[in-house]
Design a protein around this ligand. Structure first.
Ligand code: FES
Length: 148
C-alpha cells in the first residue's frame, strides 16, 4: 500500500510503486482533470505539482512521491492559481481545452515561484506544454495578465 497526500487529503493506493502518478490520479482517485497526452513526458497535459513544483504525472512513479504534497487541477488554490484561472477566463484561452489543465498548472507554478516573470521567463516556463489548437498567444497573454 502506498500513501499519497493529494490536494490536502491522505490517500492510499494498492498498486505497483512504478505506477505513474497520472494513472493513479485518473483511475484510482477519479481525478480526471489531469490529462493523458503522450505518456512520454513531452506534451505537458499531465502536469501536476509536487510541493508546488510542476512535474509530469506520466513520468512520476507513485513510489517516488514520498511525503511530497501532490496538487492537481482539482485542488489548485492560492493567489497565483486564482489569478491564473481568472486570466484564463477573461482572455478566453481554451479552444478544445484538452491541454489547458496542464497549462494552468505550469503557469501557476511559474507565478508562485516568480510573480513578475519576463516574457522570456514565460516562454521558458510554458515551453513544455503543447497545445494542438495553438492557443499559445492567448496562453502567454493570460500568464502576463495574471502577473499584473
Ligand atoms: Fe505526460 Fe504528455 S502525457 S507529458
Amino acid at each position: 500500500m502506498i500513501k499519497l497526500k493529494i490536494n490536502g487529503t491522505e490517500r492510499e493506493i494498492d498498486a505497483d510503486e512504478d505506477t505513474p502518478l497520472l494513472w493513479a490520479l485518473r483511475d484510482e482517485f477519479d481525478m480526471t482533470g489531469t490529462k493523458f497526452g503522450c505518456g512520454v513526458g513531452l506534451c505537458g497535459a499531465c502536469t501536476v505539482h509536487l510541493d508546488g513544483v510542476a512535474v509530469r504525472g506520466c513520468q512520476t512513479a507513485i513510489g517516488d512521491v514520498g511525503a511530497s504534497e501532490v496538487t492537481t487541477i482539482e485542488g489548485i488554490a492560492g493567489k497565483a492559481a486564482e489569478a491564473v484561472k481568472a486570466a484564463w477566463v477573461d482572455l478566453q484561452v481554451p479552444q478544445c481545452g484538452y491541454c489547458q489543465s496542464g497549462q494552468i498548472m505550469s503557469a501557476t507554478a511559474l507565478l508562485t515561484d516568480n510573480p513578475k516573470p519576463s516574457d522570456d521567463d514565460i516562454v521558458t516556463a510554458m515551453d513544455g506544454n503543447a497545445c494542438r489548437c495553438a492557443t499559445y498567444v492567448r496562453i502567454h497573454a493570460a500568464v502576463k495578465r495574471a502577473s499584473e
